[in-house]
Design a protein around this ligand. Structure first.
Ligand SMILES: C[S@@+](CC[C@H](N)C(=O)[O-])C[C@H]1O[C@@H](n2cnc3c(N)ncnc32)[C@H](O)[C@@H]1O
Length: 555
């Protein structure tokens, strides 16, 4: 049964007030400012906070919709409570997060003049985010000894910075420190894992012995464990770095292998915005995914267990077919094996006899054949290694992978799907395979692959997910080029070409609805719409040929 969540937020901090805002038994309704602002900005009269935090024994705290939420609606926008480096990282600036290259003059990085950590330059070394840690290190006469050795070297020294930022908050921002310390940690489960044995040796020693800070081992490791349980992976393609950040409210979203939200990071401050990918009805859970949605159940559940310490029992995990995708399934080697052509059961598949038990045997849906779960794991691992070797290869190798294992792997088995995804990215985008360069048959192959993957996206990441948006964008571009070629080859009439272009426009409109919130995408998408519109209406726009553009000139 749902309980109103009260216990861990001991003081009514701004976060607690927000979390408790919709619980009528706790004081008058309070609408947290960020959500008030959001409501006004969107031009609505007033939009109340769309969620509340509840608690159950099985899920812990989780987010629930307090009203119907529309597809594409922003549910929350939040700034990070703390942001910093991941446990290991290539050398980057501690203030802005930018990946650093050595200076030509010294062949080493620019260093903070006080603590010697690599930074961008004098401006970043004075940034507020760096000041407290810089002071703590210089007060104890600690100086970083990171030096440039070779490009992209990964440094383990970064593991101390993010936990240190939280520990320093105990003095500088006690309320925020308490809010962070109230998050789920799973320290008891993590404490004896190899990573935490290492952290005991280096992180705890650094905080207590090197910096002489008055924290016990348990508190220090708890902070590390809170990061591992709650932090978001903040990727910045422009700065070429990955940071980790804790967002107090967004961390209340529980996991689902078929989530109903997506999130993006905004600006230099790394604000997090969470959007509904599908309509969410009042009372429904608001969920995110903590794994890769294109992994099979065995891999997802293993990842969730060993990183987030829970057994996922969502509708997808319980379903042998993974919502009809067969993402984790393989063909039965007896029914489909050599010499079995006369069997009527070609296409029979092995299913886990209990998807929620990683040790349960896998059994054919038609014959008696079964295999142990560890055979399934071995097989998967072997094929994963094969697939990983193809990463820097061309499309031919991915096509060969799909063909080679077509007797074993279902066309939407997760390994085949990953190969197909790689192909959709190569065809139409990579040098030598751009849309203007590829053959008609490869163009058709790209279009077919996009359709196949869209079917999978609809089942696993339905609605306005980035996965679906990106596929739609790819598909419409390929379809527009195909139309142009068919028209020019006389296979399509003018009216037929216009109809097909209209289809592309519908896809582009949907892709735009989905992707316009992604950083820097709005302008790109608007430009694409303009381009396609000019092709659609040649009479009104006069000649529609522009340099470097794929256009259909319809006379
Ligand atoms: C980021 S926190 C989410 C908030 C958390 N439920 C709490 O009470 O603070 C992640 C943790 O929530 C729990 N959790 C998240 N999704 C879950 C799910 N689908 N089933 C069970 N537990 C889940 C796990 O303990 C996980 O380590």
């Amino acid at each position: 049964m749902y309980m109103l969540y009260r216990v861990p937020f001991r003081k009514i901090s701004p976060f607690a007030a927000c979390a408790l805002a919709q619980t009528p038994s706790i004081g008058p309704p309070y609408f947290p400012r960020p959500h008030q602002k959001l409501g006004w900005k969107e031009g609505h009269k007033f939009k109340c906070c769309a969620f509340k935090i509840q608690h159950t024994d099985t899920l812990g705290r989780h987010m629930v919709a307090t009203r119907d939420i529309k597809q594409g609606e922003m549910i929350l926008k939040e700034k990070p409570a703390v942001i910093g480096p991941r446990i290991t990282s290539p050398v980057h600036c501690l203030a802005c997060g930018k990946k650093l290259e050595p200076l030509d003059s010294t062949y080493d990085f620019y260093k903070c003049t006080t603590c010697q950590w690599p930074m961008c330059g004098p401006e970043c070394e004075k940034a507020d985010v760096h000041k407290p840690e810089c002071k703590a290190m210089s007060d104890s006469k600690y100086q970083s000894n990171i030096k440039y050795e070779f490009p992209d070297k990964v440094e383990a020294a970064y593991c101390v910075i993010s936990p240190l930022r939280v520990l320093l908050m105990k003095q500088t921002d006690p309320l925020q420190y308490e809010n962070i310390m109230n998050l789920e940690s799973h320290l008891d489960e993590r404490i004896n894992t190899p990573l935490y044995v290492v952290l005991k040796a280096n992180l705890v020693t650094f905080i207590t012995h090197v910096l002489g800070m008055p924290f016990d081992e348990e508190t220090i490791l708890k902070v590390a464990s809170i990061f591992d349980t709650n932090s978001f992976d903040v990727r910045s393609p422009i700065r070429k770095t990955r940071l980790r950040a804790i967002y107090l409210i967004a961390s209340m979203m529980d996991h689902s292998c078929k989530p109903n939200t997506k999130h993006i990071f905004l600006g230099d401050e790394h604000h997090l915005a969470v959007y509904a990918t599908v309509p969410i009805a009042k009372g429904e859970l608001i969920t995110a995914t903590y794994t890769q949605s294109l992994w099979g159940t065995l891999d997802r559940r293993k990842h969730l267990k060993s990183n987030k310490w829970f057994d996922c029992e969502c509708e997808r995990c319980k379903d042998q077919t993974e919502l009809g995708t067969n993402l984790g399934n393989i063909y039965c080697s007896v029914c489909n094996g050599p010499g079995s052509e006369n069997r009527p059961s070609r296409g029979a598949m092995l299913y886990s006899t209990n998807p929620l038990d990683e040790f349960a045997p896998w059994k054919c849906a038609i014959c008696d054949h079964s295999i142990l779960s560890r055979q399934m794991v071995w097989g998967n691992n072997a094929l994963k290694q094969d697939l990983n070797k193809l990463k820097s290869k061309g499309p031919q190798e991915f096509e060969e992978f799909i063909e080679k294992y077509s007797q074993i792997l279902h066309p939407s088995n997760h390994l085949v799907v990953q190969a197909k995804l790689a192909l959709t990215q190569i065809y139409g985008n990579y040098k030598g395979y751009t849309l203007s360069e590829i053959s008609d048959s490869l163009l058709k192959r790209k279009i077919d692959l996009c359709h196949e993957l869209l079917e999978i996206a609809d089942k696993l990441e339905p609605g306005w997910s980035k996965f679906r948006g990106t596929l739609l964008l790819d598909l419409q571009a390929a379809m527009a080029v195909e139309t142009k070629r068919e028209f020019e080859a006389g296979k399509l009439t003018k009216a037929g070409a216009q109809d097909q272009l209209m289809e592309s426009m519908v896809l582009l409109q949907e892709a735009t609805n989905i992707l316009r919130v992604e950083p820097h995408m709005k302008e790109v998408l608007e430009q694409k719409i303009l381009e396609l519109t000019s092709q659609l209406d040649p009479v009104e726009n006069g000649t529609n040929e522009q340099e470097g553009q794929e256009t259909i000139v319809i006379e």
